[in-house]
Ligand binder design. Structure first.
Ligand code: GMT
Length: 379
């Protein structure tokens, strides 16, 4: 199959899923054409079936807002025509679903049919998508998508509640390639971050408000008062100044290691003891799944799709949003009981197995195949 893949290239789960999906499809022999305004941050491997088509949106004094949608739609039309795309897969509904619809209509005028799949990732529905300013466009472009997937049952329900969608939504969860997590790691790096055998707590995100990174710091502060521990923060984003101010106030800056936007967090996850994800809302929580694949239990909130990933009392613990007391108590309970910690580590890995690429990839391929069969019937 010849598949066009559209995603945001920035540090975030939807770009990671799109990229890992493209890589996995390419390894299976499909040709995958990424289209973006800059290289998706995890698209850093060579494969003869992977292609990247960059476009740039020119600045012009007349534009207060650059016409990203028009340039992307033109790029899709161009790639679809000259690379003979069979399927277009767009990640993140805003604005990619409506761009896909526009490209599809332009191609139709040239007697080319290009079905598109829209994958809903979370904030495109739960946060940004809630803005009434987007409603008619989102609803229309979802209802005209040839297929819609959502990364969790919870997100599917949220979408159906927020928008009047007549279209079927298929849940295809986030995934990891377990094989990549099995490679031998250099555990010596643990002693660099935790020279006195401290426990290592890890948080990975794009430091947006929705991630409640301040709760990560508050939990860590309570934990370290009971158990020698360090906190590793991976990522960066708008909340960084607030987090720096809070660590100064709590006097914990020296115990916190900021690693910034690491492209591939596996190395650092391999030395972690506990993962913290106290998000306000999280449609799935790919970062938690990546931690679990590295045998790290998760302390998270119970919002959105997190209960579909992190199993309370088994792979970690779930609490209400903002319940820092309970999340800290659960973290301390786990970190102070080696037997319990080992059990949870094992359970976390077993749970991660259910989301291996070999299980999830065929679900996307099935959707693509169904769309291609439908197209064939139309001809
Ligand atoms: O929240 C992020 O880290 C970025 C965001 C995105 O769209 O790039 O992530 C969303 O999509 C991920 C992949 O499907 C999900 O695992 C995340 O849970 C989801 N984030 C939220 O819902 C807040």
């Amino acid at each position: 199959m010849n598949i066009g893949m559209v995603c945001f290239p920035t540090y975030g789960g939807s770009g990671v899923v799109a990229t890992e999906l493209g890589i996995a499809l390419a390894k299976k022999g499909h040709k995958v054409h990424f289209m973006s305004y800059s290289q998706p941050f995890r698209l850093n491997i060579f494969n003869e079936n992977l292609f990247y088509h960059e476009f740039s949106v020119n600045d012009y004094p007349l534009f207060e807002y650059q016409p990203y949608e028009s340039v992307l739609a033109s790029k899709i039309v161009d790639v679809a025509m000259y690379e003979q795309l069979d399927i277009l897969h767009v990640h993140y509904a805003i604005p990619h679903a409506s761009v896909a619809y526009m490209a599809q209509q332009i191609l139709k005028s040239k007697k080319i049919n290009l079905p598109y799949v829209t994958t809903l990732h979370g904030t495109d529905i739960t946060l940004v998508g809630r803005d009434p300013a987007f409603e008619p466009v989102i609803r229309f472009s979802l209802n005209h998508s040839n297929a819609i997937t959502s990364v969790s049952e919870s997100l599917k329900m949220d979408t159906l509640k927020t928008f009047k969608i007549d279209n079927k939504i298929t849940v295809v969860p986030n995934f990891i390639n377990l094989k990549d997590y099995e490679a031998p790691r250099d555990h010596c790096i643990k002693s660099k971050y935790a020279p006195n055998g401290e426990k290592l707590l890890i948080h990975i995100s794009n430091f947006r408000k929705v991630k409640r990174v301040e709760d990560v710091l508050l939990i860590f502060d309570k934990v370290r008062k009971q158990i020698p521990a360090k906190l590793i923060l991976v990522g960066d984003g708008p909340e960084r100044p607030a987090i720096e101010a809070l660590c100064r106030q709590l006097n914990t800056c020296n115990e916190i290691i900021n690693l910034g936007k690491i492209t591939d967090p596996k190395e650092i996850l391999s030395i972690g003891d506990l993962f913290l994800l106290p998000s306000e809302t999280e449609s799935f929580g790919l970062a938690a799944l990546e931690a679990m694949a590295m045998k790290i239990p998760v302390i998270s909130t119970n919002s959105g799709g997190l209960p579909e990933v992190n199993i309370h009392g088994k792979t970690g613990f779930l609490s209400d949003v903002g319940n820092v007391e309970e999340m800290s108590a659960n973290a301390i309970r786990l970190l102070s009981d080696e037997k319990l910690l080992a059990e949870f580590k094992h359970n976390a890995f077993e749970q991660a197995r259910k989301f291996d690429v070999n299980i999830v990839l065929p679900q996307y391929e099935k959707i693509y195949n169904q769309l291609m069969q439908k197209q064939a019937q139309l001809v």
